[in-house]
Design a protein around this ligand. Structure first.
Ligand code: HEM
Length: 587
């Protein structure tokens, strides 16, 4: 008998013993884990794309964590070229920093990278379904319906203008609240203003009320302490009439739980073993750690309050319509209580609670629009809930980062601040309306230049549908996670001379102006193609109205302990780390 046969027979005999079976199972498990950790097939498929060597299981995550995502993607692109790969755990991202390719791929690939959400959290059950329905992450028909809802509320000019009264009113409360930071009161020991926090509060108040149509009750005079109601019982809070304050608190918490330092252990597992994601979610549900419980809790809370607002909004509207038919409402609730009493009382109670959603709000618009819509276009309840929270998630941090950094850049560039003040002063005595906001080219240039230097969303994530042949012949495999880097293009000296300098004039047309970007993909602060930011008009409206209102009353200089340039970090968005500290001067 040959030695091979002998070996095979003894191996078979060993496997048939209990010890042998255990050994075999262990060997299979180790083999399986090595396969998952080394992903040889995937490495082979992406062998043509240069990039740093990825560790088993972790890929380049240790370097990303040490250096920050934005800086790391910039570093690898400089080292390995405009098409290179980075391993996020066991999954490769193809980082693209070539303007022609970015333009082509953003037009060709209309879906966001699949499983983008799996890099952020491990949501399960209903909240996972809600997250997947968000216009930001969704695909196909769900995305189209969600995007249309946004377009109806914040792109259509009449509806967009309908949001201005809320913006004006909130600014009317916010701007005077900064008087206590002016240098006169600073001599009494008042520390400088943390513009990142203050403008964050402002943007939460504005975007929250625009989204849900209830006052978020943000207290601009309060120092530090979290505001809003107790988060334990959403329905009790809403019934107690502080639904806006409660929503403000939850929204802040939603941003906090997404920070890397608050990630659950299951997120790390999900990053290392994406193919085991369903099992990891199941385990996270069964045995949640504290961070997982916190993340699920706040998302469930947000869904519960949104659902309650929707229900109350719908029933109040129905009752109002019914009461209006009896002319009760028109008579200021004095009509025949016998016939209309129930409806009138319900409306009065709801209004007294302060919980009735304003008709101009995004949520009210969605509820109204779905009444006339055909079955295919009608948003489900989960979709309404998803788009409402997306409204805040997509706008609050992005807008506050842009505005607070614009203030810092103006504080450190007195000549730019002077040019902006001249434009502001020319509007003296005029109310802020759509016409006025359209006449502020320098303010707009300041915002664009701020977003060029510090784009809050600086990677456009796309999913490669089908194999894509690049001009040099290499093939991007079907399903690739594409990271189109706005940041790298915004800082490319071939596209922007002296890219690290703050020069708003780059965006001015006419004499002395740079005329704007020299390539269609050179500036993509709001993204590109079909998935471009649907809120860019609203964002610009809020940004301009804020700068105009602030500079009518104050000027700003940089506080002594504020580092320049500011330290930045990439979380859900790319923003300043440790605050933006400014001195405020009354004009
Ligand atoms: C300065 C503020 C803002 C910045 C810098 C910003 C930036 C962006 C960027 C870069 C994208 C991705 C675009 C792409 O992949 O091509 C995006 C998408 C999106 N933004 Fe904004 N955004 C801002 C404000 C807003 C506001 C105010 C809203 C709405 C209230 C909003 C809603 C959205 C939505 C829904 C998407 C997903 C669009 C889609 O996938 O179809 N954003 N934003």
């Amino acid at each position: 008998m040959s030695s091979t046969l002998l070996l095979a027979r003894s191996a078979t005999e060993l496997v048939s013993t209990p010890f042998g079976a255990l050994l075999t199972a262990l060997a299979a498990l180790v083999g399986f884990l090595c396969w998952l950790g080394f992903y040889p097939l995937r490495r082979w498929r992406y062998r043509h794309f240069p990039g740093p060597v990825g560790l088993p299981f972790f890929g380049n995550l240790p370097q990303i964590a040490a250096m920050d995502t934005t800086r790391y993607l910039s570093y690898v692109s400089q080292k390995y070229g405009p098409v290179c790969k980075v391993w996020f755990g066991t999954r490769p991202w193809l980082v693209i920093s070539d303007p022609d390719l970015v333009r082509k791929l953003s037009a060709q690939c209309t879906a966001r990278a699949k499983e983008l959400t799996s890099y952020l959290s491990v949501l399960t059950g209903e909240v996972r379904e809600i997250e997947a329905a968000s216009a930001f992450y969704a695909h196909g028909e769900t995305w189209r319906r969600g995007r249309r809802a946004f377009e109806a509320s914040i792109v259509h000019p009449t509806r967009l203008a309908g949001h201005l009264p809320v913006i004006r009113r909130v600014l009317g409360r916010f701007v005077p609240s900064l008087a206590r930071y002016t240098t006169a009161s600073a001599t009494s020991g008042q520390p400088p203003l943390d513009a990142q926090k203050a403008v964050g509060d402002l943007m939460l108040a504005i975007t929250g009320e625009l989204a849900y149509g209830v006052d978020f009750e943000v207290d601009f005079e309060a120092e530090g302490a979290p505001q809003g109601g107790c988060p334990e019982d959403a329905s009790k809070q809403a019934a107690g009439g502080r639904v806006g304050a409660h929503l403000a608190r939850i929204s802040r918490e939603v941003f906090t739980v997404i920070q890397l330092e608050n990630a659950s252990a299951y997120l790390a597992l999900q990053l290392m073993f994406p193919s085991l994601a369903p099992a990891i979610r199941w385990l996270a549900d069964l045995l949640p750690d504290a961070n997982q419980r916190r993340c699920m809790g706040v998302n469930s809370d947000l869904a519960a309050v949104s659902r309650q607002l929707m229900t109350q909004g719908v029933s109040a509207k129905q009752q109002r319509d019914r009461a209006a038919a009896g002319e009760a409402v028109a008579n200021g609730f004095k009509a025949d209580e016998a016939t209309n009493g129930k409806a009138v009382n319900a409306i009065r109670a709801f209004r007294e609670l302060g919980s009735e959603i304003a008709a101009s709000s995004f949520m009210a618009g969605m509820l109204e629009d779905r009444k006339g819509a055909g079955a295919q276009d009608r948003l489900s309840d989960k979709e309404v809930i998803a788009q409402s929270s997306t409204f805040i998630l997509a706008s609050y941090e992005t807008s506050s980062t842009t505005t607070s950094l614009a203030l810092l850049l103006l504080a450190t560039h007195p000549e730019a601040q002077r040019a902006l003040l001249a434009e502001v002063d020319a509007t003296e005595g005029r109310e802020i309306d759509m016409e006025l906001l359209a006449e502020l080219p320098y303010t707009e240039a300041v915002i664009k230049e701020t977003m060029r230097l510090y784009p809050p969303v600086n990677v456009l994530h796309r999913h490669a549908k089908g194999d894509i042949k690049l001009p040099d012949g290499r093939v991007v495999p079907d399903g690739t996670f594409l990271a189109l880097s706005s940041y790298n293009l915004h800082h490319d000296p071939a596209l922007w001379p002296e890219p690290e300098r703050f020069v708003p004039e780059r965006f001015l047309t006419g004499p002395g102006g740079g005329g704007g970007p020299t390539h269609p993909a050179a500036w993509s602060g709001f993204g590109l193609g079909a998935r471009m930011c649907v809120g860019h008009k609203l964002a610009s409206m809020i940004g301009k109205a804020t700068l105009l209102s602030l500079f009518r009353r104050y000027t700003f200089s940089v506080a002594p302990h504020q580092p320049v340039p500011p330290p930045m970090a990439t979380g859900l968005t790319f923003g300043p780390k440790g605050g933006v500290w400014l001195n405020v001067h009354a004009r």
